[in-house]
Design a protein around this ligand. Structure first.
Ligand code: B16
Ligand code: MG
Length: 216
C-alpha cells in the first residue's frame, strides 16, 4: 500500500543539473580543464567530490586531495550564488499538483538527494513544507547506488520500505530504490532506468493514481 513518496531533487523536482553544469564549467574554464555537457550528463546523481573526480579523470588531471577539496569548495560557492535565482517557476511540470494531491491523501513525503544544497533549493522553490524529512547526504557514508539514503528517508517517515515509492532520474538512484525494496519510478530517457517499475518520459505524467497502481 502506498504510504510514502521519496523524491530525488535534481531531475525530478527541478532541473538544477543546468546550474551544476554552469558552476563546474566556470571552475573548469578557470583551471583550463576540458568539460562539456556530455561529461555533465555523467554527474547526475553523483555527489560533489565524486563529480570532481569524474571531471579530473576525464581531463587527465591528477592533484592532491587538498587541492580537490579547495576546487570542490570553489565550485560550491559558484553554485550557491546561482541557486539564489531559483523561483517556484522552476518546479518541473506536474510536481506542484502532485505534491498537493499526495498531501491531501496523507501520503508522507521526503527528499533523498545527493545535494547538500537541497534545503536551500526547496526553500527557493517554495515547497520545503511538503517534506517531513530532507535527508542530509553528508550524514551517510554510502551514496547512491547504495540504498542508505532511501532507507534513512523511510525510517524518518516511520514507514516500511515496502510501502514507499521512490522517484528518480538517475540509474544509480533507481538501483538504490530497488535495493531498498521500494517501488521505483524512473523519469526521463537516461540510460539504466530499466530496473524501475515504471519509466515516464516526463514529470507531468506523475499522479497519485499511477503511483497507487504500482502497489496493486
Ligand atoms: P551538491 P540529486 C545531485 O542531486 C546532482 O544530480 C549532482 O549533479 C550533484 O553533484 C549532487 O547532487 C551534489 O550536489 O554539490 O549541491 O552537494 O539528483 O541527488 O538530487
Ligand atoms: Mg537526480
Amino acid at each position: 500500500r502506498l504510504e510514502a513518496a521519496i523524491f530525488d531533487l535534481d531531475g525530478v523536482i527541478t532541473d538544477t543539473a543546468e546550474l551544476h553544469y554552469l558552476a563546474w564549467k566556470k571552475l573548469a574554464d578557470e583551471l583550463g580543464i576540458p568539460f562539456d555537457r556530455q561529461v555533465n550528463e555523467r554527474l547526475k546523481g553523483v555527489g560533489r567530490m565524486g563529480s570532481l573526480e569524474l571531471i579530473l579523470q576525464n581531463g587527465g588531471v591528477t592533484v592532491p586531495d587538498e587541492q580537490k577539496k579547495e576546487w570542490a569548495a570553489r565550485k560550491n560557492e559558484y553554485y550557491k550564488s546561482m541557486i539564489q535565482t531559483i523561483t517556484p517557476d522552476d518546479l518541473l511540470p506536474g510536481i506542484l499538483p502532485l505534491l498537493e494531491e499526495l498531501k491531501a491523501e496523507g501520503i508522507k513525503m521526503a527528499i533523498a538527494s545527493a545535494s547538500e544544497n537541497a534545503p536551500v533549493v526547496l526553500d527557493k522553490l517554495g515547497v520545503r513544507d511538503y517534506f517531513i524529512a530532507v535527508i542530509d547526504p553528508k550524514a551517510l557514508p554510502k551514496g547512491k547506488p547504495e540504498p542508505d539514503i532511501f532507507l534513512a528517508a523511510a525510517d524518518q517517515l516511520g514507514i516500511e520500505p515496502g510501502n514507499c515509492v521512490g522517484i528518480e532520474d538517475s540509474s544509480a538512484g533507481i538501483t538504490a530504490i530497488k535495493t531498498a525494496q521500494m517501488k521505483a519510478v524512473g523519469i526521463g530517457s537516461g540510460n539504466g532506468l530499466a530496473e524501475a517499475d515504471i519509466v515516464l518520459d516526463g514529470t507531468e505524467k506523475l499522479n497519485l493514481a499511477m503511483l497507487r497502481k504500482l502497489f496493486e
